[in-house]
Each structure stands twice: as C-alpha cells, then as structure tokens.
Design a protein around this ligand. Sequence first.
Ligand SMILES: Nc1ncnc2c1ncn2[C@@H]1O[C@H](COP(=O)(O)OP(=O)(O)OP(=O)(O)O)[C@@H](O)[C@H]1O
Length: 283
Amino acid sequence: MKQSEAPLLRVEGLTKRYGAGCERCETAEAVPGGESENRCPVCGTVWACRNIRFHLYPGEILGVVGESGSGKSTLVKCLYFDEDVTAGRMTIAGYKDGEANLFAEFAQQKRYIRNHVMGMVYQNPHLGLRMNVSSSGNIAEKLIAADHFHVGAIRERASDLLQRVEIPLSRMDEPPRNFSGGMQQRVQISKALANNPPLLLLDEVTTGLDLSVQAKVLDLIRTIQRDLRVGMIVVSHDLGVIRMLADRTMVMRRGAIVEHGLTDQILEDPQHPYTQLLVHSLL
Ligand SMILES: Nc1ncnc2c1ncn2[C@@H]1O[C@H](COP(=O)(O)OP(=O)(O)OP(=O)(O)O)[C@@H](O)[C@H]1O
C-alpha cells in the first residue's frame, strides 16, 4: 500500500438508519440512546451507520472491528448495494473517472459495479454461492454476468481460480453443498475474484470455522492481496483476524467510527476507552 497514490475508494457521510428519524435523533451528534444502544429512545429509529467516512488505497486491507450490533455488516451491505443508504457518497477509481457517486447510480450501473468492480464474500456461504450448482458453474455465472461467453475460456478461468484457492480440479464440477465450510468459503472467494475486481469486501468470512480452517482461509486472503493487489475491506468482531490481515483499522461502536488508524498502533496504543476494552479482552 502506498498512501501517496490516489485512493481506490472514497466514502463520505455514509448513513443508514432504519426508521424515519425525529428532531431529537437527527440533530444529535450521536444517538441519544442508552450506553450500548444506537436506537433513538424517542422515535425508535435505529442508526445502524452514521456519518461514516474513510478512504481505501489500492491493494490495502482495511479492517472494520466492533462488537455485535455496531454496524459493521450494515456498512459492507451498503457498500455492495445490498442495502440502500439513507445518505452518503462513494466513489471508486476506474469507474466514471472516480467522480460518480455510486450510491446515486441506477440499478443497472450498480449491477455492473457488482460484477466488474467489487467482489463480496459473505459470512454465510449460502448468500454468495448457489449450493446446488457446480463450483465451476458458480464461477461461470459471475463471468457470464460480466459478458464473457466463450465456453472454453470460462472453463479455463474457473479452473485457474479454483486452483488458486486450492480446490482440487477433480472436484470443480461438484456443487458447494458437498464441501466443508472452509472449502465453501474458498469457492466463494474464487467466485468473488472471477472478474478481477480491484475491491473485495469480506464480512466475517472466518467466523464459525475451526481454528485450523480459519488459518488457511486467512492465509489465502493474504496471498490474494499480495499476488493480485486487491484492495479489501475485512469486517470482523475478532481482533485476532484484524491483527493478522489489516494494514489500517476502523473501530465501530453504535454505528459510528470511534477510532481509526494503523492496525499496529491501534493494538499497541488504543486511544478510545472502547478500543482499550476490546484490545484488553484480546490479551
Ligand atoms: N433490517 C433491519 N431493521 C432494523 N434494524 C436493523 C436491520 N438490520 C440491522 N439493524 C440494526 O442495525 C444495527 C447494526 O447491525 P449490524 O448487523 O450492521 O451490526 P454488526 O456490527 O454487523 O453486528 P454482528 O456482528 O452481530 O453482525 C443493529 O442495531 C441492528 O439491530
């Protein structure tokens, strides 16, 4: 990562609320709820993400950490258009000169961006894969969505991708439902990479896997970053995962970023009391 380069992704003022909002919670700096709440006590609106701002540089891994309910998943869902934002702006280098606000694009453009510019890996492989379609077919689907129609080339690309994530070629025509959780995540990663996107979003991709399997998936993510120079946003509630992967880290609490910096610095010298609590619970 070279921060002298222009950012790959710029996100400004990203806000997602569930509910209409009211005078009290819309004007407050933070949601005037209880200590652990992001829910307005007056109107019941949940502010899942509030005024999130960050840049991601090409080839960089940005970690997003926070406890359950802090807004991490909502953030990546908004970035991948799985959820519509309430407000905010996102631009990406290489799409309309990095000028267009992607959140304001029409559905067709958003589909294009999801197929060419971003890949997503979900915690639940059922969301990213068709479990009953062959693994090669899953990848083919993504390639076809990006207008690749040459059968031979599709097959070759699928086998390259599956080899990269160490799925034996003898199993490329098996459906992911036959595979272990770790293998399913690896197929999901290969599918997300099918069209060489410069940006990969990963939401709790190792949660629920055995430790040894987790290590293998984390290793794969690092190799991909090194070899393909893909920028990544890695969401995890687990600071161990963040420590292993992320160059920089954002700490989220109650829908807001409470601390943001180099991962080493955050782990060694956390400034915000909430980050201190997270870091000390890791030690
Ligand atoms: N569809 C929805 N309607 C109402 N509130 C929602 C909805 N989806 C999420 N929320 C709320 O938004 C907040 C942020 O949720 P989110 O899933 O982003 O948190 P998270 O940090 O990813 O937590 P976890 O690690 O448990 O997934 C929570 O208070 C959640 O209850």
